[in-house]
Design a protein around this ligand. Structure first.
Ligand code: ATP
Ligand code: MG
Length: 560
């Protein structure tokens, strides 16, 4: 066991359990339902479960909670494994709740034999009516007192496929007057004539979450079953099942607050709609909060892990500012990204006093945060591209330090240049900026000590490669898109969440850009190669801007 102090209440509870001997070792599990792709909320649970097992020298299983065959697909089973590995974790054992269908069935028969479960013919709607409310007790179903023999017979016939969907359920016989609604004879099995992605047509009755989950934990020897707060009211039921079955090992359920993020929806139900209704291009659209989307966008897995560690684990629900996640993305990218120059909205510069045909190879630093990343050579020639936005014909004010006619600017790693004139088309658009350069300023310093405040990036025109660049903004325009009851969350989708730029000019080194390498395009943000790239036609996603422009905009609008 490691000696670090527990950092949150779950680790405190675990340490107390180890000390008291309630458990000899720690075993956790991450239990996704394979009905969608994992999102950043799941990452919080993954980091907690795998991180806890690691911290205490224990084990963590991946268990698919595959008890709902109508919504589950093999595609999801595969993507979930890929995403967990990408995040940096490896499970000790891969399990499926469906591995335990036989055992669960046998235990259900045992509860029936002990008079603790019964077959009910009430419809779903009737069951709801009989259940009562928080202030009123429920009523017993007229089928509650069936004999053990009759229940055994009906349950077996349910399993054998003799009854249609929805006609019968198996319920635990607990207490219809319990103040906890979950204990008012909860449903254990429903009839569902549906093909399961692993068990095929073997079963037509499927266990409910509450019946499957705790027993699966027990079978796997899980010590601490960590789940989100909405299951707090289910804990008495979790314990009732374990107490009423011949199970020696009793896992302990502990609840924590789920992650909510501003400007983001984190429920598979809503994420599925974004995909199916075509609001985004797929589960891995870089605007999605899915792990697949974040990966494609270029968010490094360490940034997600660091964010999850930083927000910690608490018992009270709260919403985390997206800016905090973005902070961790920038922190990590600043550390690892390779710097390059890229001009996203190019305008041509001609240096009239620079020799035609001459190429100088200037040395540029790959990553100032990491000396081992080394340097590279970038070509400098008479014709360059700079950002259209880095030039004004007339200097607008004294604080403007970029290029303007009659004023000098420093080209990154290059020379001082001064704009002299422009060439325009008939509509008045600038086609070329004619400049002169000072040959004495190579490397960016003037021997006479004269000062130039602005430094801009550039690429050599004859060497530049063309690229498409995709810029992303927040997918929603409001901090909580679910907040307005009379509006659907899709009404708050940001119509400008994607901007596609074509004809961007990149320094030639990026022709060999590698998938998986994180880049900083100087002054423009962090970028990542998209799988849509073709040989000779790279496509880059902007992962994030260099600075948090949003909080500034929000401040100027008087928002928080
Ligand atoms: P969703 O609400 O997105 O459909 P879910 O809870 O139905 O999520 P599961 O596949 O059942 O998804 O989740 C697997 C595990 O991840 C569960 O233990 C669940 O509590 C946890 N989890 C899901 N969403 C979050 C979240 N936003 N924050 C923390 N943990 C989460
Ligand atoms: Mg769930």
């Amino acid at each position: 066991m490691n000696n670090e102090k527990p950092t949150h209440f779950i680790h405190e509870m675990i340490e107390a359990d180890l000390k008291s001997g309630r458990y000899q070792s720690v075993r956790t599990r991450f239990p996704p339902e394979p009905n969608g792709y994992l999102h950043i909320g799941h990452a919080k649970s993954i980091v907690l479960n795998f991180g806890t097992a690691k911290k205490y020298g224990g084990q963590c299983n991946l268990r698919f909670d595959d008890t709902n065959p109508t919504k589950e697909e093999v595609e999801y089973v595969e993507s979930i494994q890929e995403d967990i590995r990408w995040l940096g974790y490896e499970w000790d054992e891969l399990r499926f709740a469906s591995d335990y269908f036989d055992q669960l069935y046998a235990w259900a028969v045992q509860l029936i034999k002990e008079g603790k479960a019964y077959v009910d013919d009430l419809s779903q709607e009737e069951i709801r009516q009989y259940r009562g409310t928080l202030t009123e007790p429920g009523r017993n179903s007229p089928y509650r007192d069936r004999s053990v023999e009759e229940n055994l017979d009906l349950f077996e016939r349910m399993k054998n496929g003799e009854f249609p969907d929805g006609s019968k359920v198996l319920r635990a016989k607990i207490d219809m007057a319990s103040p906890n609604l979950n204990l008012r004879d909860p449903v254990m099995y429903r009839i569902l004539h549906a093909r399961h992605h692993r068990t095929g047509d073997q079963w037509c009755i499927y266990p409910m979450y509450d019946w499957a989950h705790g027993q699966s934990d027990a079978i796997e020897g899980i010590s601490h079953s960590l789940c989100t707060l909405e299951f707090e009211n289910h804990r008495p039921l979790y314990e009732w099942f374990l107490d009423n079955l011949p199970i020696a090992h009793k896992p302990r359920q502990i609840e924590f607050a789920r992650l909510n993020l501003t400007y983001t929806v984190l429920s598979k139900r809503r994420l599925i709609r974004l995909v199916k209704e075509g609001h985004v291009r797929g589960w891995d659209d870089p605007r999605m909060p899915t792990l697949a989307g974040l990966r494609r966008r270029g968010v490094p897995p360490a940034a997600i892990r660091n964010f999850c560690e930083a927000i910690g684990v608490a018992k009270a629900n709260s919403t985390i500012d997206l800016a905090l996640f973005e902070y961790h993305i920038r922190q990590e990218l600043n550390r690892i990204a390779e710097r390059r120059m890229a001009v996203l909205d190019p305008v041509k510069v001609v240096i009239t006093n620079y020799p035609e045909g001459q190429v100088e190879w200037l040395e540029a630093i790959n990553n100032p945060e990491d000396e081992s990343a080394g340097t590279r050579k970038i070509p400098f020639t008479r014709e360059l591209y700079i950002e259209r936005d880095d030039f004004r014909e007339v200097r607008p004010n004294k604080k403007y330090h970029r290029l303007s006619i009659g004023h000098e600017v420093r080209l990154r790693y290059g020379y001082f240049i001064k704009a002299e004139s422009v060439v325009k088309d008939e509509a008045g658009n600038i086609l070329e900026i004619h400049c002169t350069y000072d040959p004495e300023t190579r490397g960016g310093y003037a021997p006479d000590g004269r000062k130039v405040r602005g430094t801009i990036h550039w690429v050599s025109a004859p060497h530049a490669i063309d690229a498409e660049v995709r810029l992303y903004d927040r997918l929603f325009t409001v901090p909580d898109p679910r907040s307005e009851a009379d509006k659907d969350f899709t009404e708050f989708i940001n119509p400008n969440s994607l901007t596609v730029l074509t004809g961007c000019k990149l320094e030639p080194d990026l022709a060999a850009a590698a998938a998986g390498t994180h880049y900083q395009f100087e002054r423009k943000g962090y970028f990542f190669l998209d799988p849509d790239s073709q040989p000779g036609r790279p496509v880059f996603n902007r992962t994030i801007t260099l600075r948090d422009t949003w909080s500034k905009i929000a401040k100027s609008l008087g928002q928080k």
